[in-house]
Ligand binder design. Structure first.
Ligand SMILES: *Cc1c(COP(=O)(O)O)cnc(C)c1O
Length: 503
């Protein structure tokens, strides 16, 4: 690890911010930083591009089209290699169902519908039906039958788009009804990064409020952050980092009292929490049963067990949903309207989503939730008995843990060395396992726990190994200067899109 960031991390935040500004301006120092960034990214490069040198790299179209059978064979090989880790349950989240028959079924549904585009609703009325029903079924699961209001929504491309659309809807409602020019959203620090993306994309102010000792939204502090421009509060059910459910009933009451919206981000929990409560797990009310909850996001492509590329955003009442529509009547290309950010959309993904929901049924989701929750609680209880590890908060099915005695990122690297792909968290430093159906297969949870015990033992005897993600996370967690770390992350994105030049 380069010396400069290490040095900077020792400075107090205010000094560090000043130094960061200077560093960005002084050319010689900038140059040194640039070289260090380049060195870090070069180290990562091989890991980002494992097929370099092994497969042909295209920087322009092949002059003649390649043989289809050849393309399929090449892809089958890569797919075969890449599936081993997630199939065997070595991965946190990512693939939420993953049984072969389920995947084969979704693939057949996709193939049947691969040409469908709901933008052309006249050509594919079947997709229109699927999408309306996906929304209705999701709304029903999230309390639509227990409120007099109409719970409506749309299908989107993923949790991020659901969140972007909901935030923009609140912004536009605030602008129209209250004349707000710069809308504020108040969210706990643990709410998903998609809320930052929404604020940046739509020129809104996002105020992040520190969570309590149990990693749940602090309702009093959130109340204090509400100003005249505030259009909505955010709560998670549960949060991505620590898997804990925010005190949604109190947030809902606060939102109602203030006359503002409350978005409950149930991207992760939308298809698990309704059953967790039935199964006797402790979770607060979190959905449209609470009158103060005005919108929700629920990811069908996570625990809804659909293929990647769908999510649902829901609103209390048609009027709020209207804000997200796009309609233009004076474009030479014709009368144009669309419900979400995209124009043309993959109808086949909506068909596959509908098929996943209808084939699972309530009983299927209940059974899946039961085994995921039981597995997660077993993992949690076992980690709680490991003397070097501490579980954060009171989680349901995403288990975050840290250590008071060891560098938890070294444990993360030791787990990576054993084939695991876990999530690194920071502020505070921790790692998590998002438990899916993959981990409910016989032996998987035990293997995780055995490997974790071994990883801890390894780190205890060798606390300062070189390489891995530990230095990167260590730097990001201790460096008070976001700008430098964000620059590094953007360089990694550049690196992802770099194609090797043919020799
Ligand atoms: C996954 C997730 C999101 C974002 O969803 P994408 O589908 O990755 O865009 C938002 N919130 C929570 C709580 C999530 O777990």
């Amino acid at each position: 690890m380069s010396r400069l960031p290490g040095l900077l991390s020792k400075l107090p935040p205010s000094v560090a911010h000043f130094v960061e500004g200077v560093l960005q301006r002084v050319p010689a120092l900038r140059h040194q930083l640039d070289r260090q960034y380049d060195a870090l990214v070069t180290d990562l490069d091989a890991a980002l591009h494992p097929y370099r040198g092994r497969l042909p790299a295209y920087t322009r179209l092949p002059a003649q089209g390649r043989d289809r059978a050849d393309i399929l064979a090449e892809m089958a090989t890569l797919q075969q290699e890449e599936q081993t880790r997630w199939r065997a349950g070595y991965v946190s989240g990512a693939v939420y169902h993953g049984d072969s028959e389920h995947i084969d079924f979704l693939n057949r549904v996709y193939a049947l519908n691969s040409q469908s585009n709901p933008l052309h609703f006249d050509l594919w009325p079947s997709t229109v039906k699927y999408e309306a029903e996906i929304v209705a079924m999701t709304a029903h699961l999230l309390g639509a039958a227990n409120t007099p209001d109409a719970i409506v929504g749309t299908v989107t491309s993923g949790g991020t788009e659901s969140i972007l659309l909901a935030m923009r809807s609140y912004r536009d409602r605030g602008r129209r009804e209250r004349g707000i020019t710069r809308a504020r959203i108040v969210a706990p620090t643990t709410a998903h990064a998609a809320f930052d993306k929404a604020a940046q994309s739509f020129d809104m102010e996002l105020v992040r409020v520190a969570v309590d000792a149990d990693y749940r939204a602090d309702v009093e502090d959130m109340a204090a952050a509400i100003d005249r421009n505030t259009v909505a509060l955010v709560g998670s059910a549960p949060s991505f980092p620590h898997g804990v459910v925010d005190p949604i009933p109190a947030l809902a009451e606060l939102a109602q009292t203030k006359g503002i919206g409350l978005h409950v981000d149930a991207c992760l929990g939308g298809f698990v929490l309704p059953f967790a409560r039935e199964l006797g797990y402790d979770a607060p009310d979190f959905d449209f049963r609470l009158p103060g909850v005005t919108s929700m996001s629920a990811d069908t492509h996570k625990y809804g067990y659909a293929a990647k590329g769908t999510s649902v955003v829901l609103y209390r009442g048609e009027a709020l949903r209207r804000n997200q529509y796009y309609a233009v009547a004076n474009w030479p290309g014709g009368l144009y309207f669309s419900p979400t950010l995209a124009g043309s959309r993959p109808g086949a993904l909506s068909a596959a989503c509908w098929a996943a929901m209808v084939s699972m049924g309530e009983s299927g989701y209940r059974a899946a939730a039961a085994s995921i929750l039981a597995t997660a609680q077993y993992i949690r209880r076992t980690i709680e008995r490991m003397p070097d590890l501490v579980v954060l908060g009171d989680p349901l099915f995403v288990i975050a843990f840290t250590s008071r005695t060891l560098d938890i990122y070294r444990v993360l690297d030791a787990m990576t060395a054993r084939g695991w792909s876990l999530n690194g968290l920071h502020r505070p430093a921790a790692i998590h396992l998002c438990v899916t159906l993959r981990h409910t297969e016989p032996g998987v949870a035990q293997r995780f726990l055995d490997d974790l015990a071994e990883a801890v033992a390894t780190v205890k005897v060798q606390p300062a190994a070189k390489g891995g993600m530990a230095p990167v996370y260590g730097m990001a967690a201790t460096l008070p200067m976001h700008g430098l770390v964000e620059e590094l992350l953007k360089r990694i994105v550049d690196a992802l899109y770099r194609v090797e030049q043919p020799q």
